[in-house]
Every structure is written in C-alpha cells, then in structure tokens.
Design a protein around this ligand. Sequence first.
Ligand code: SF4
Ligand code: SF4
Length: 350
Amino acid sequence: MFEWLKRHMDKITSPTLDWVQVEVTTSCNGSCIYCPRTLMSKRWANRHMPIELFDELAPFLRHTDLVYLQGWGEPLLQNDLFEMVRICKDRGKRVGFTTNGMLLTEDTIRTLVDLQLDIIGISLAGTTAKTHNRIRKGTDLNKIIAHLERLCEIKAEKKTEIPAVHLAYLMLKSNFHEIKEILPLGRRVGATEIIASNLALIVDPKLSPEAVFNDTVRMDYYRNTLDEIRHKATRENIVFDYHGPGLDDASLRCRENVHRACVINVEGEVVPCVLTNPVLPSYYIFKDQSLPVRAMSFGNIRNETLTQIWNKKEYSKFRDLFDPETARKPEQIRSDMPQCCVRCYKRFGA
Ligand code: SF4
Ligand code: SF4
C-alpha cells in the first residue's frame, strides 16, 4: 500500500522537463586538446553507466520528451547504448546523443537508423582536417565526413529523415576563421542544425587565450561573422545558433536550461549541468584564477526517484535563481548564487 502511494505521489508531482541528459559513459577514444579528460587523464576515472541503473531511471522518463545520452565521454563506447536507446524509444521518447563521429561504422549507422534515433550531434573544431584533427586529437575530419555521407545514403535508402544531424562547432581563436565554411560542410553532411559554442570550461591556463570571449579586441569581427552565417543559414533552412561570442558581465542568466532540464551523471547523481558534475577534476581556470571545481549533486537516482530529487527544497531554490520568471530581485539572485555559478563563463553568456 505504502509503495503504491509512493508511486502515485511520484506520478502526480512529477515535473515536466524539456530534456533529461544522461551520462552513459566517461570513456573516450579521442583526446581533444581542451578536454578535461585529456588534460587530467591520470586522475580521470573511465566508467560506464550500468544498464541496471539506466533501467531504474527508465520509469521516470515520463518527465520528459527528449532523453540525451551524453556526458563527458563518447556514447558509442557504451556497450549497452543501443539497448538504452531502445528503452527510451519504447517509452515514446525522442532520443539523441553527441559523438566524435569516429565509431560510426556501417553496422552502427544501420542500427541507429533502425532504432529511429532522433538526433545525432557531431562535435567539430574546424572545417579542414588539418585544423580539426590538431584540436580534436584522435579524430579525423575526413573519416567523420565519410561516415556522415554514408548516414545520408542509408537514411535515403530507408526513406527516413532521422536521425537529424546536428553539428556542434567549438569556436577557438585559432579555428574561428574556418567557421565560415560550416554551411557548405553542413549541407554536404545533411545537417539541419549547427551550434557554435565557446570554450566554457578551461582547465589548462595555456588555453585561456584560445577562448574567443577573451579576445575582446576582435569581438565585432566574431559577432559580425556569426550573424552573417546565421542569415545565410536561415535562407538555406538550416538552424544556426551561437553562444556568446563575448561575455556579458551583468548577466545573471545561465546559458544552460537548468530550470527545465537536468543531468544524471554516470553514477546516478542528479546535477544541474555538466560543469557541476562530480566526475570533473579538481580545478579550473576562471579569469586567470585557478579555482576548485565545486561539484553539486541534489541526490542519486539509486536512492530516490527523480521526482523526489527534483522537488527538493534546495533544488527548487537553486532553479528559481535561473528561472526567467523568478520574482527575485537581481541583488537577491546575486547573493544566493552558489560560487560555482558566480564564477562560471556560462553564467556570463559563454
Ligand atoms: S571527444 Fe569529447 S569526451 Fe572525448 S576527448 Fe574529445 S571532447 Fe573529450
Ligand atoms: S552558471 Fe555554470 S555552473 Fe551554474 S548552473 Fe549554469 S552552467 Fe552550471
């Protein structure tokens, strides 16, 4: 009786989320020069989320329409990835993940198309192999393009539009000029959406000058280039969006959708964003200062349901800080904001 009541309460108090992001693995076959996995490889723990834990989460997926199987790692290294996709699809969810694109073999592509995966995101850091491969070490742009062209052919053969291809371009000072070629590349691989993002988590101080937002002298050039690409993309029916490119020092808003989405890490911890994930190493660089990473978990799905965790007072108070409709005054938001958010580039619009 008590169990029934608990389940019933869980159902009627369950929130509606835009998406739930699940970190299915922290392993990776790449070694991108900016990634905390690469820069702190000695301290990094490679783990896979056990399918049993994913199964425990499954009943609570009713909270959301979209499940994104992504964290700090390469999802295609998770042996149970296809089963995880199937579990979500059986529950009527849209499913996606972002990959470095190297493991998209013929069999994998066919399986993902047959599973009716909805979104496949591809991470890029250049539109030439020379630049991309230098930054995203261990990956090869020419192979990635060949895999995506095969994906287009298989989708055409099976008469399906999904998975939709989304490109995620990491803007750095040294690769920014190549973003001008992102639309032709997007067209070639059948992309429907392109997002250009900033280096929001800096672990090595030597990379600070690579962050576009630190190059304030050329900010007009960055902004004009991105706006121009956006106009062209609209004409071609491709969604193009970008973060930043500069920082807004007065901003109290987080770029992440933390008030309507959450991340469940590889251990089952429910965290507001990937930057507060306890799997991250111990420090990061913010405005030339080395600061400790402050992990933030509101509970673990091994012990409580997602509804119970989401409805906790402290989580609700945290989300209210970033809710565009909050009744709080800016001074209140500023004083109640946790230190990890006070000193986070995403809070400044990066
Ligand atoms: S592919 Fe992703 S997880 Fe792997 S090293 Fe590159 S940025 Fe990190
Ligand atoms: S401000 Fe940064 S640390 Fe805080 S929730 Fe947003 S992304 Fe996460």
